[in-house]
Design a protein around this ligand. Sequence first.
Ligand SMILES: CCCCC/C=C\C/C=C\C/C=C\C/C=C\CCCC(=O)SCCNC(=O)CCNC(=O)[C@H](O)C(C)(C)COP(=O)(O)OP(=O)(O)OC[C@H]1O[C@@H](n2cnc3c(N)ncnc32)[C@H](O)[C@@H]1OP(=O)(O)O
Length: 213
Amino acid sequence: MQTLPSFLSFKPRDFSLPNSSWGSEMMRMYDHYNSQCEVETEGGEKQEGKWRRLPSYNRLLKYATGGLYLSKMIQSNARLFTRHIRDPGAAFEYVLFVNSEEQKCVCIFQAGHLLEGPPGHVHGGAIATMIDTVTGTHATVLSGPVMTANLNINYRSPIPLGSTVLLESSLDKKEGRKTFIRCRVTSTDGSKLHSETSALFLSITVSHLLLGV
Ligand SMILES: CCCCC/C=C\C/C=C\C/C=C\C/C=C\CCCC(=O)SCCNC(=O)CCNC(=O)[C@H](O)C(C)(C)COP(=O)(O)OP(=O)(O)OC[C@H]1O[C@@H](n2cnc3c(N)ncnc32)[C@H](O)[C@@H]1OP(=O)(O)O
């Protein structure tokens, strides 16, 4: 089958699919969750599993209907902070899975060499960026459009540059416009705790983004 040239394609590029920079641990974890997105019944039929992989685009606008076109019209050179580096593996490589039944979200994150903070380790701001991304996405799935109001991170142990870690976020509570989320960053086997976070998101309307009110 022939593929259309990218300028004629109507689907934005999904950055959360495996690429050649993904190491063996990143791939192993991806396969672990991806295999639970679709399960086979005893009768051999395919049905939805408990996890769902979320696509990842380089602008949040692209999630909206007609967003691909909007993204060409509105600040066309703007890019999502975590998805603007073209060199695969150089910075943020990650994929998110959502478990709606348990109101959980996991992210497998491989930290590239451009994210250095302390020598050989990941910058605290890059870690915060990933926590904001995961908890923000989770809050969006649970509550619709939100903005981060508060992110409270305790850094417990440094993350080696190049390593793959797991971010696990869970709903703490919802109160009116407020969604409270917790997030732990650990080694992929769960034995090492890297950070613990509590985050608050406030539901917003589109006019808040456009007009700041
Ligand atoms: C269903 C399928 C969906 C599929 C989805 C698929 C994929 C996901 C798609 C997209 C993923 C989305 C995101 C992921 C990516 C990145 C995430 C990045 C998110 C960000 O990076 S975003 C930028 C940083 N973020 C800001 O730039 C915010 C600046 N800020 C403001 O824009 C305002 O500040 C705002 C809106 C926060 C609140 O303003 P406001 O006017 O609406 O509300 P107001 O102030 O009246 O407060 C109302 C009540 O919240 C309490 N309250 C307020 N702030 C508080 C605080 N800090 N601590 C404790 N309590 C607080 C008050 O005390 C009051 O409480 P009470 O009602 O009890 O009195």
